[in-house]
Design a protein around this ligand. Structure first.
Ligand code: HXC
Length: 269
């Protein structure tokens, strides 16, 4: 087996100042994969509006991002399940930064539960956060994004591209997110707005990984079965930079699985 592929560093791959003058808004932007996506865009010149439920966490993440990148980042607390809270956060963000070019719909909820143990409310909760939350985010931002001929990235998952145990709720929710993204692509395409799905595989150091993987620190045969390493957050932030840049200018309505090939690996014996 050859050594694992390099971990990409988008700041070394993409041109400095690539996103100068651009504003990205991200739900779920206060931690994990989405925060890393925002950070890379900011390192390449963008300013950012980040939104998540916890006021304390989002304000501290915004301060960290501003300090680490030298760009402006404002954080607002809102639950994506509440259109009124989202509208207020979006309005406040636009008041501070003037516009929205890019949106990352990244807020998500998940846990492991067999369908037999999944209450109606548990199922609905994840649908509400992931699917309704994406719809609410699109509704709250689309007029701004139409004005800038901007783009959406919806953070999906690979769960629903095959059956995965204990993931009925998240699989149904993310399948709906994929469908929404495609409709947004065709409805907003005439306004110059693009919409794509990024579906991460197992990414180290994320809430999703810690919650969903029973094994810690990548000590699992999956690490061997894929390209030789687990995913890193910068595997995902790199594709966000690609899709939001003019390299992605003719790409819309697509799904990008970024999982080191896991989805196509034969089952482990
Ligand atoms: C069964 C559960 C459960 C569990 C909660 N519930 N956790 N049922 N097993 N482990 C049930 C509750 O009992 C309740 O149903 C219902 O779900 C709502 O729970 P609440 O705690 O009231 O909801 P809320 O406070 O809104 O919290 C939502 C949450 C929580 C999803 C349950 O975990 C959360 O806020 N998560 C946000 C962060 C997160 O999970 N990020 C990970 C994303 S990872 P009843 O019937 O009792 O009322 C991801 C990537 C996936 O999406 C792909 C990875 C490879």
């Amino acid at each position: 087996r050859v050594p694992p592929p390099p971990v990409p560093d988008p700041t070394k791959i993409f041109q400095r100042g690539l996103f100068k003058g651009k504003v990205v808004l991200a739900t779920g932007g206060g931690s994990g994969i989405v925060m890393e996506m925002v950070k890379a865009l900011m390192q390449l010149g963008a300013d950012a509006i980040i939104i998540s439920r916890s006021k304390e966490k989002i304000e501290s993440s915004a301060a960290d991002l501003s300090r680490e990148t030298g760009q402006k980042c404002v954080g607002f607390s809102a639950d994506v399940r509440s259109p009124a809270q989202l509208k207020e956060a979006v309005d406040n963000g636009v008041k501070e930064l003037g516009k929205i070019d890019f949106v990352i719909c990244g807020a998500a909820g998940n846990f492991l539960a067999p369908i037999s143990a999944l209450s109606e409310n548990a199922f609905k909760t994840v649908i509400d956060i992931d699917t309704l939350g994406t719809y609410n985010t699109v509704k709250a931002t689309m007029e701004h994004v139409k004005r800038t001929h901007g783009a959406y990235i919806h953070v999906s998952a690979t769960l629903h591209y095959r059956g995965l145990i204990y993931q009925a709720h998240a699989s149904a929710a993310k399948a709906a997110v994929d469908a929404l993204s495609q409709v947004i692509a065709v409805e907003l395409g005439p306004f110059g707005v693009r919409s794509n799905i990024v579906a991460p595989g197992a990414i180290m150091g994320t809430v999703g990984m810690n919650k969903l993987s029973k094994k810690k620190d990548g000590e699992d045969q999956m690490g061997e079965a894929m390209l030789g390493r687990w995913g890193e957050k910068s595997d995902i932030s790199s594709i966000a930079c690609y899709l939001f840049s003019d390299a992605g200018a003719w790409i819309t309505g697509q799904k990008f699985v970024v999982d080191g090939g896991e989805l196509h690996m034969p089952p482990q014996m």
